[in-house]
Design a protein around this ligand. Sequence first.
Ligand code: CO8
Length: 378
Amino acid sequence: MHRVAISGTGLFTPDDVVTNAELVASYNAYAEAQNARNAGAIASGAAEALPFSSEEFIVKASGIERRYVMDKKGVLDPSVMHPILRERVDDELSIMAEIAVAAAKEAMEAAGRTADEIDAVICAASNHERAYPALAIEVQQALGIRGFAFDMNVACSSATFGIQAAADMIRSGSARAILMVNPEITSGHHEWRDRDCHFIFGDVCTAVVLERADAAKSDNAWEILSTRCITEFSNNIRNNNGFLRRTREGHMADRRDMQFRQEGRKVFKQVVPMVTELMLSHLADEGVAPADLDRMWLHQANKSMNDLIGAKLLGREPTREEQPNVLQDYANTSSAGSIIAFHKFSEDLAEGSLGVICSFGAGYSAGSVIVRKIASSA
Ligand code: CO8
């Protein structure tokens, strides 16, 4: 059995930024127009007026201040309210593969690895722009990687589940090094017309190179000491869009359930204990005391949620150094969130430092990855 390390990470960030002020102005203009259109039905009590959104609520409830998106114009246009992305012909690199390749190149450079040293590609994301051929295979071809590639989806937990899958394959010897990418164009399947969730998501792509720890030559290499993944079925975060849509009567209708929807309060209440229990039991089984952790890179969905999980682990509120957040700048980027935090806040730690990457979300699903730094320039 081989020891496994994360030896490089990469991040693609779109150019367009949407602030809360811009988002709220756009949503409120949409709500005003809808209410004017439905004035008669609202007056007769047959329909309810759409309520307005507020910047104060968004920051207080979530900690989010802005987000990156692939197309700001479409998202903010009250008559559109979704990104407009140019359709690509089959011979062109698809958009999710393109952002994955950008993040992958950075991760491979950080790891000091070329395409011929990588044996597999995993594309782990919360939604893929098509079912087949796998995006991972397209990324593999674009980068000139041999071996094999496949897609997987565990919503917000896709990256930690992807790390576990890659680590297990490297450990057992079926691959020497694996590239995992997390292209998240959440703006495409998010519901920007729903006041209760329109502020939650952003677009981004992360990439991780994993390889045999003994062979890692990066100066920011982290050995994976242990991984643990759990799932528990819940409808509280759901998207009903899928290939069976056209088999159903009225399939062309613009149905709310075809985009992301959630029972946010229930998710908060049910996922916090699930994640806390997962992390505490995982650490205990590996003989790591929470107080020994130098850093926690948690899924980035809600600041209060992360503060609560951190406090339950440490018995006190964690400092920003112990538990960095990127949520304020990126919003929830689904599977990429904990990896962005790791990418931005892992280099400064010294050799021997201990940390845990943890993501959680729809499914429900949660993944925990305990890591120890084995090479450092810090
Ligand atoms: N502006 C003003 N007021 C608002 C707004 C708004 N935008 N939205 C809601 N309100 C009002 C509500 O109407 C309510 O009013 P009242 O008290 O009068 O009824 C009040 O504010 C409180 O509303 P909530 O109870 O909804 O507010 P919360 O405090 O619960 O905060 C959150 C809402 C921020 C959504 C919070 O519940 C949360 O973060 N929950 C956890 C969610 C979470 O972690 N989800 C994980 C999902 S991510 C995932 O798994 C990936 C899925 C795949 C990716 C999909 C990409 C598109």
